[in-house]
Every structure is written in C-alpha cells, then in structure tokens.
Ligand binder design. Structure first.
Ligand code: NAD
Ligand code: ZN
Length: 251
C-alpha cells in the first residue's frame, strides 16, 4: 500500500512506537499560508527580529512590533490547519503521541482538534496578548482598535505594564512550566518526530538532542537540512503534509 520506501519506513516506526512526541516548527504551518523564518523568502530575509530588551526600552520598538503584528493579522486569521497538522492530531487521537511540543505561535495544533493541554508551546501564542507584569489577557481586536487611534503602544488597564502578544521574543525568558513539561515528555519518548524546524534556535533545538540522549529514535521531516540531521536516525527532506499525511493515513 505504501509504495514509497521512506514513507513506509516512517509508518513502521510510528506503528512500533508506544510513546511518541511530535516537535514542530514554522515549517509545518507554511502549507497553511504562514511564512516561516528561514526559508528563502521567509520573514527574516525581509526584516530583523526585535529583541525583548528593545521592546522594553523603546516606544518606537514597541510600535514597530505592533505594526508588524497587525500587518500579519489577515494571514494568521485566514490560516487553517493543513494535512500535516491533521496527521499530528491523528497521532494524538490514537494515543501514539502523548503531546506535541511546538515552537509555533499560531495556535493551529489546537485548531486541528488537539486539546490545549496536549500542546506545549515553547514560544507562546500570538493569537492573543497579555500584560508583561500582571499577565492579564487582552484580545487583539481591542488592542488594535486602541493602537490605531494614535499608535501609542498599549498599556495594561490594571497595572500600567506593557501589553505584548503572548509570545516569547529573543532575549525574553522561556516559559518555565512549558520547558519543564517538554523536558519530561522528551525524556519519556521512544520516538521523537521533528516536523518543520531548522533546529537552530536554542533552547528549543535542545529537545531533539535530549530525546536522542535518552534513547528515542529521532526522525526529522524537513525540506532543507537542519542543524541536527547528523545525529538523527532517519531524515526525510520532503514536504510535511504529504509525508506525515501518507505515513499516518490522513488526508
Ligand atoms: P525556521 O523558519 O527556522 O525553519 C522552518 C523549516 O521548515 C525550514 O528549514 C524549511 O526548510 C522547513 N519547511 C518549510 N515549509 C516546509 C514544508 N512544507 N515541508 C517541509 N519542510 C518545510 O522555523 P523554526 O525552526 O520553527 O524557528 C523559527 C521560530 O520562529 C520558531 O521559534 C517560531 O516561534 C517562530 N515562527 C513561528 C511561526 C508560526 O507560528 N507559524 C511562523 C514563523 C516563525
Ligand atoms: Zn497588568
């Protein structure tokens, strides 16, 4: 049935696994129309990221952060889970995968039907905002309406802290609870599947290394070479939707 030997091998590894973890990056969402960072034409070939320290220090950096976020709003809003997300959701539904660890901030794993508690977000979520000081949640539509009145960066109604999308910027502390949980799940995994990450951003890219060290079979599905191809057991330089979709048997 599975003619393609690489996909047949991936399917066998999945069937054999008792406890898999799927680890995703921006590449799983490009087929949903969200550009990644490091592919040719990716976001960073066009603009440098804004560091957390700059966001805190400069009103202009905060404004620019919000302008960029709202410029992306139509893209995020229009994006729906693709075949790759559906394949991952099926692995969770079957109980093959205990959790998904994601570097993505787009919420598409949850939108594909995976319960929020099974999605470990290492870099937060861009579909809503929060106060940096008291963590009060803010919805983006309201933030945008206020921002577009005079382009002043939004502050918290409760405590006066800066409001920022609920994402982790460069230079910002990683979310401690998510990091701990990701570590525990990674150590427990017998199969660790990376889908759509260049594996150059740490500490996130440390998880596939950790999985390997604790005896998991490490599989990487990514169009281009990654920082960890050399230590992987099996590397597929192919499109994620078709590869995972066929291996798992979902459309
Ligand atoms: P990256 O941009 O560094 O790497 C993405 C990788 O995916 C590339 O190596 C590319 O070859 C591969 N890829 C792209 N489309 C593919 C496809 N259809 N099939 C197979 N491979 C494909 O992404 P990263 O490693 O996740 O690091 C970027 C950081 O940027 C993340 O930490 C994340 O927080 C953030 N980010 C998130 C989103 C999102 O939420 N969708 C989008 C852009 C950036
Ligand atoms: Zn606050």
């Amino acid at each position: 049935m599975l003619q393609d030997p690489q996909i047949a091998k991936l399917a066998r590894l999945i069937d054999k696994s008792r406890r898999a973890v799927v680890f995703t990056g921006a590449g799983i969402s490009t087929e949903s129309g969200i550009p990644d960072f490091r592919s040719p034409g990716g976001i960073w070939t066009r603009m440098a990221p804004i560091d957390f320290a700059d966001f805190l220090a400069s009103e202009e950096a905060r404004r620019e952060t919000w302008r960029r976020r709202f410029a992306m709003e139509e893209t995020f809003r229009a994006a729906a889970p693709n075949r790759g997300h559906r394949a991952v959701a099926e692995l969770v539904r079957r109980g093959t995968a205990a959790v998904v660890i994601t570097q993505n901030i787009d919420g598409l794993h949850q939108a594909s039907g995976i319960a929020a508690e099974r999605v470990i977000e290492l870099h937060g979520n861009t579909t809503y905002a929060a106060c940096l000081d008291c963590e009060r949640r803010y919805e983006l539509d309201a933030v945008r309406e206020a921002f577009e009145r005079d382009e002043s960066a939004p502050v918290c109604d409760s405590c006066g802290g800066w409001i920022k999308t609920a994402t982790i910027s460069f230079g910002q502390a990683m979310p401690a609870a998510a990091m701990r949980r990701a570590e525990t799940e990674t150590i427990a995994a017998d199969l660790f599947i990376v889908a759509g990450s260049s594996l150059v951003v740490y500490p996130a890219a440390g998880f596939p290394e950790l999985a390997k060290r604790y005896g998991a079979t490490l599989v990487i599905v990514n169009r281009e070479t990654t920082g960890l191809d050399a230590i992987a057991d099996f590397v597929l330089h192919r499109a994620i939707g078709e590869t995972l979709g066929t291996a798992v048997g979902v459309d």
